[in-house]
Design a protein around this ligand. Structure first.
Ligand SMILES: [Zn+2]
Length: 72
């Protein structure tokens, strides 16, 4: 994914990377996983638009592919 990220709310590109305070251990657990016996956690990345304030959450795509067994 090499396209520059854009705000889903206003289309602006003035995005700031960060995390949600108090939610540092929050993770995305994909239902589909390579392992039936191990619970894989994918770190959540938060970005906020400096133009409109919208916050978007996303999972690390490389880690997600690793967990579900794709892209290797
Ligand atoms: Zn925005």
């Amino acid at each position: 994914m090499n396209t520059s990220p854009k705000c889903a709310a206003c289309g602006g590109s003035n995005l700031e990377l960060g995390k949600l305070r108090g939610a540092d251990r929050t993770a995305f657990i994909p239902k589909r996983s390579r392992s039936k016996w191990r619970c894989f956690r994918v770190k959540i990345i938060a970005t906020s638009c400096a133009d409109c304030g919208a916050i978007a959450l996303s999972a690390d795509p490389d880690k997600l592919k690793e967990v579900i067994g794709e892209g290797q």
